[in-house]
Design a binder for this molecule. Structure first.
Ligand SMILES: Cc1cc2nc3c(=O)[nH]c(=O)nc-3n(C[C@H](O)[C@H](O)[C@H](O)COP(=O)(O)OP(=O)(O)OC[C@H]3O[C@@H](n4cnc5c(N)ncnc54)[C@H](O)[C@@H]3O)c2cc1C
Ligand SMILES: Cc1cc2nc3c(=O)[nH]c(=O)nc-3n(C[C@H](O)[C@H](O)[C@H](O)COP(=O)(O)O)c2cc1C
Length: 767
């Protein structure tokens, strides 16, 4: 094949090498606009995995690269005058200039023709003479941008400003240095890539950037200011630019996140940064470029594979890898963009939050990297959780939490789950066993399902209720059982179904209207849940009074039952949520329109319940923090205001769910997918929150809690199949101080022994 690689960065050069290695008969030329040795940038970071991949692909260039790699283990985080050092991170890096030299030499050795100072124009007719033109021309790719529709280019320009500088100061650790200035916070990411050279990236928000006047001054002045700001880290070394030709503010960049729907069009194939980018803060750009190159060369040389099939496989496999990294990169980018949210953390927690920002590194990963450091974090967490009384070194999920006078033994809760098994609202033996079993299973707090305040408030005929004496007696039996046999606290979730009411049992069809015995439904407005559901009657003020009083009556009954806590369900499109979300609330009176108006009735109900509920017992509210409808619905930003409004009425905890507020929602699912909303409400609103949604491993819970993304962690579906989730986690993590019902003691100690033996056997196998 006759191939032109446009761009002699890591992607183009390594692809040329990889093609020649597989078949020396290929004619490969690389066209690079710069002269050899002229390049932007300083050092690049690799992972061990990338080194393994390039060693398998070309042991010769890999040996030269690995011989010259700089290694470092520690990360130093400088914040608020403190330095937090954690170890075991194992980075490797090399100078970009040196990497390109090695790749150029190897390419020449294999017969690749290199053209330097060769600016390529996509409109040039000569590209027709090549079987393939590889667009390895970087993130501003002219070849990709010449046909944006053909490639389906999606660019997201990120908010912060950054400048890529270098210094002769050799940083011993990967260094994050955060400095507060009169113009706002500014920070550096610095790492050594050669014995006498480090990358030094300076980043700040656009407001800070403008306040410093970086938009108006020359690069040399920018550098002088940065040298002053970071003088204490530079030890007299200066900062340098290798893009000195750029005038004014041009050296400062906003990171463009690039995705492409299609990676090939005609004879042009995108490779490396031309096809995709991942924010520099997770250091994966060069890794992706090299791994793309290996994969593309491999499929193009596989006997019997058509060009079309080869390109399909190349894109499918690489895109998956790219999407995973872009996901982590987005978390990391957003962390730096919302830095203000975390600046009130103590330095240790700030560092933990920084290290776990991409969600690729978890609590247990940190334990493997630096056990001692992680234990310092755990001790700090326990000390804070107990007002300085405990010096325990143990996973955060087992630490207590006090809300008013209620103390939960640990941070795991059983999330509310409708069981559709009551008759006329009365919970029965099923509920006693179901909730009792989960209390025995070790969770600190057990929520009842949404319990309805009147017969018409039910979702289905099987929903539990709290409107008569029979209900009080049945609930009291359950509460008494939990209190007598476990340490779990129990919270009653009270709700009203609104437009989603009068539907079948969950397993007969979610939100499907009843065929027989239906009842009329009401809501904020006359918007039906879906075309097949009843059109609700908009609530009159008299309806509002009646329903508010039903909530209050149910709250009073909860006192008689002995519930430790009450939650108002204002999420998921049910009655109170139908007031909050603009997708369902079309009212024109003082209960519709602005968020303040839409919150008026839900807040009124909450305040009335709070007045009836004992002062020493906590109350929470469940909200949908995102309607998954963009700006047309509730956004995570609105959710902070909603949380704050309920907190002003006396909510002690915001239970942060999302969605289910309109039938055509477009949620973005994934591990811990709703936790970012909890994080935002907790740290922007400074409120106690509970995170929920696809949290299923103890490691998730510990990472969320230690990073300050929530105060409690709720699990629903994992508890359906494993009522003993918390006890099992305690056995796994070898935590002995948890309350174990005496009847179950033998089982727990056997489980702990077996898990320990298995872990030791697995460790021995690894050695
Ligand atoms: C601040 C910052 C920090 C980074 N840190 C890291 C890191 O730590 N680790 C990491 O792995 N990656 C890092 N990257 C990303 C990394 O630089 C790129 O992802 C990687 O170099 C991609 O390789 P590439 O070959 O696709 O593109 P590039 O390296 O951009 O190469 C493209 C080449 O094409 C040439 N070219 C462009 N247009 C033309 C044209 N029309 N004609 C001829 N030649 C042309 C350019 O001169 C360039 O040499 C960082 C990036 C930035 C901005
Ligand atoms: C069977 C089932 C019933 C549910 N019923 C309720 C409910 O009554 N009230 C409520 O607020 N959430 C309810 N939910 C939502 C859960 O509390 C939880 O927010 C959701 O399942 C996400 O958590 P998970 O990923 O741990 O399952 C229910 C979920 C399930 C699976």
């Amino acid at each position: 094949m006759k191939i032109a690689c446009v761009g002699g960065g890591p992607a183009g050069l390594y692809f040329a090498i990889s093609m020649k290695l597989r078949d020396p008969a290929h004619e490969v030329e690389v066209f690079e606009r710069n002269a050899p040795g002229v390049t932007f940038g300083w050092g690049v970071v690799f992972s061990d995995q990338t080194v393994e991949n390039i060693s398998r692909n070309d042991p010769v260039s890999a040996k030269t690269i690995t011989d010259e790699l700089a290694h470092w283990d520690d990360i130093d985080v400088h914040i608020h005058g403190a330095t937090i050092t954690s170890g075991g991170h194992g980075f490797i890096g090399i100078g970009r200039k040196r990497l390109l030299q090695i790749l150029q030499d190897r390419a020449r050795e294999l017969g690749v023709v290199l053209h330097f100072e060769a600016e390529c124009d996509p409109a040039d007719q000569r590209w027709k003479n090549y079987d393939l033109v590889i667009a390895s021309d970087g993130l501003n790719s002219r070849f990709r941008n010449a046909k944006p529709e053909a490639f389906g280019v999606d660019t997201d320009i990120r908010k912060n400003k950054f400048i890529w500088l270098g210094t002769s100061k050799a940083f011993e650790a990967f260094t994050f240095a955060f400095e507060e200035t009169e113009h706002g916070w500014i920070w550096a990411h610095a790492y050594r890539f050669a014995p006498d050279c480090s990358t030094f990236i300076v980043e700040c928000s656009e407001e800070t950037w403008r306040a410093f006047g970086f938009d108006r001054i020359e690069q040399s002045e920018t550098i002088a200011i940065c040298e002053q700001l970071f003088a204490k880290y530079l030890d007299g070394h200066s900062l340098m630019s290798n893009a000195a030709h750029l005038r004014g503010s041009a050296a400062w960049l906003n990171f463009p996140r690039i995705k492409c729907e299609r990676w090939a069009s005609g004879n042009v194939i995108l490779l490396g940064d031309a096809a995709h980018t991942a924010h520099f803060s997770i250091g994966s750009g060069t890794k992706l470029a090299l791994e793309d190159a290996i994969k593309l060369a491999e499929v193009l040389n596989r006997p019997g594979l058509s060009l079309e099939a080869a390109l399909d496989e190349y894109q499918a496999e690489r895109n998956l890898e790219v999407l995973k990294l872009q996901n982590s990169a987005r978390n990391s980018t957003e962390w730096f963009e919302t830095l203000d949210r975390y600046l009130h953390f103590e330095p240790l927690q700030f560092a933990y939050s920084l290290l776990t920002r991409s969600q690729r590194i978890s609590h247990e990963n940190l334990r493997l990297r630096d056990r001692e450091w992680l234990e310092t974090v755990e001790r700090w967490f326990w000390k804070r959780a107990t007002n300085g009384k405990s010096n325990k070194t143990a996973p955060p999920m087992f630490a207590p939490l006090k809300l008013r006078e209620m103390q939960v033994e640990n941070r795991i809760t059983v999330s509310p789950m409708a069981m559709y098994s009551a008759v006329d609202g009365t919970p029965n033996d099923f509920h006693l066993v179901h909730l009792g079993e989960r209390a025995l299973g070790g969770a600190g707090l057990v929520f009842t399902e949404m319990t309805c305040v009147s017969p018409e408030a039910r979702i289905s005929p099987g929903c539990t209720g709290m409107w008569n004496e029979e209900h009080v007696a049945a609930w009291k039996k359950i509460v008494d059982f939990c209190h007598a046999n476990s340490k779990a606290k129990i919270c009653l979730q009270l709700g009203h179904s609104g437009a989603k009411g009068s539907t079948k049992l969950g397993w007969e069809g979610n939100d499907v209207p009843l065929e027989h015995g239906s009842w009329p439904v009401m809501s904020a407005s006359d918007v039906p849940w879906s075309p097949v559901n009843q059109a609700p009657t908009p609530m009159t003020r008299a309806d509002m009074d009646a329903v508010r009083d039903q909530f209050v009556a149910a709250t009073r009954m909860a006192i008689v039952c002995g519930f430790d806590m009450v939650e108002l369900h204002a999420a998921h499109g049910y009655l109170l949520s139908s007031f909050v979300t603009p997708l369902q609330n079309k009212r024109t009176d003082e209960y519709g329109g602005s968020l303040e108006n839409r919150l008026r009735y839900p807040l009124e109900v909450f305040a009335a319940m709070r007045a009836a509920w004992p002062k020493d017992r906590p109350m929470s509210v469940r909200i949908s923090a995102n309607d998954w409808a963009g700006e047309d619905g509730i956004t995570p930003g609105d959710a902070v205001l909603i949380g704050e409004a309920f907190a002003r009425e006396g909510a002690d905890l915001i239970d942060v769910s999302a969605g289910q507020t309109w039938a055509d929602q477009q949620p973005v699912y994934g591990r811990m997918f709703q936790t970012p909303f909890s994080d935002r409400i907790r740290n922007e609103g400074r409120l106690a929150t509970m995170a929920v949604g696809n949290i299923y491993e103890p490691d998730h819970a510990n990472s969320i809690l230690a990073a300050g993304r929530a105060d409690l962690v709720a699990l629903a579906r994992p508890h359906l199949v494993d009522p003993m989730w918390t006890l099992r986690a305690a056995a796994q993590l070898d935590y002995r101080d948890i309350y174990i019902p005496p009847q179950y003691l033998n089982g727990m100690s056997q489980l702990a022994r077996n898990l320990k033996r298995e872990a030791e056997a697995a460790a021995a196998l690894r050695v």
